[in-house]
Ligand binder design. Structure first.
Ligand code: FE2
Length: 305
């Protein structure tokens, strides 16, 4: 039902120019992440999706150059930010959502299954009882099928587990922000070996996304280039993915996908920033509470990841 509603919304937005959002992608070469500012050209209301806080791991220092580029774009286009959306708890970069919220406003949102991720990582990092595992660090928890608005443009949340149990995709007008599910057709798909990840679920989530209309614009959360391609890219379509995706184009079976994903994931190193990222992002992008000397600390669980 939710997919039918999403397909209907996409087709409606394609026939009505005013229901198509303007979209700007901001690529962070340090973490290969794409952040998006999505806005209604009529009302200038905007959402920021998957922002990045710069983090220098060796020094334990955060900075805001990437987020400031977004602020500059928002201000120079006179946008009014109403949503700060995370597609999932990222393991490769720290979210800048709290910083952006302080500067620009907007409600911070993530998928409702975040509570499962908080449970797993709360245990791993031995977080105290002050760390609530109920998603209360966010202003809004989206379940699959929930709807929202950016100005006059409608959004639908889809639950797309597999990379993590809490991954969401967001259909906004005629565009879909698919987070870490599928990547560019020549690169393939996201890994499914993080805690709570599941290659079979990932396949099913991707095939649901690929049942949307062929012309649906897909916006990805990452790009790593691919053999033979020198430019970063992050926009594609359902039709192109169905014809060309090296992991999940039409004709690839679930079992074939699961076998490929399992073998490939076993060869992948952990992302450089997984330990700080998960610890901060499970708190809605906020650093752990400062200790009595006023300093926040990030823990490293030894031999546990
Ligand atoms: Fe991710």
């Amino acid at each position: 039902m939710t997919l039918q509603a999403a397909a209907a919304q996409i087709n409606h937005a394609r026939s009505e120019k005013t229901l198509r959002p303007s979209i700007a992608g901001f690529f962070d070469e340090g973490t290969f992440t794409v952040s998006y500012v999505v806005h209604d050209p009529d009302t200038l209301e905007a959402a920021i999706i998957d922002s990045v806080l710069d983090y220098e791991a060796a020094a334990g220092r955060t900075s805001c150059a990437s987020a400031d580029r977004i602020i500059e774009y928002v201000n120079s286009n006179s946008l009014k930010v109403t949503w700060l959306i995370e597609t999932h708890v990222h393991a490769d970069h720290i979210s800048a959502a709290p910083y952006l919220q302080e500067k620009l406003g907007g409600k911070l949102a993530i998928g409702a299954e975040i509570v499962r991720v908080q449970e797993v990582f709360g245990k791993l990092f031995n977080a105290g009882t002050d760390f609530e595992r109920d998603g209360s660090q966010f202003d809004q928890l989206f379940s699959g099928g929930d709807t929202f608005c950016i100005g006059k443009i409608e959004g639908i949340a889809l639950h797309v587990p597999g990379h993590t149990p809490a991954d969401m995709a967001f259909i906004i007008g005629d565009a879909a922000f698919v987070g870490d599910t599928i990547f560019m057709p020549d690169f393939g798909t996201a890994r499914a070996d993080f805690p709570g990840g599941d290659a079979r679920q990932l396949f099913q989530s991707i095939r649901r996304l690929l049942s949307l209309p062929d012309e649906t614009r897909l916006f990805l959360c990452h790009d790593y280039k691919a053999p033979g391609r020198d430019e970063f890219a992050w926009e594609t379509t359902v039709g192109q993915q169905r014809r060309e995706n090296v992991h999940v184009k039409d004709g690839v079976s679930e079992d074939e996908f699961v076998a490929m994903r399992t073998i490939r994931d076993a060869t992948l190193a952990m992302p450089n920033l997984i330990i700080p990222s998960v610890q901060v992002n499970m708190r809605g992008g906020r650093l752990p509470e400062p200790e009595d000397n006023g300093v926040s600390y990030i823990k490293i669980p030894v031999n546990a990841v």
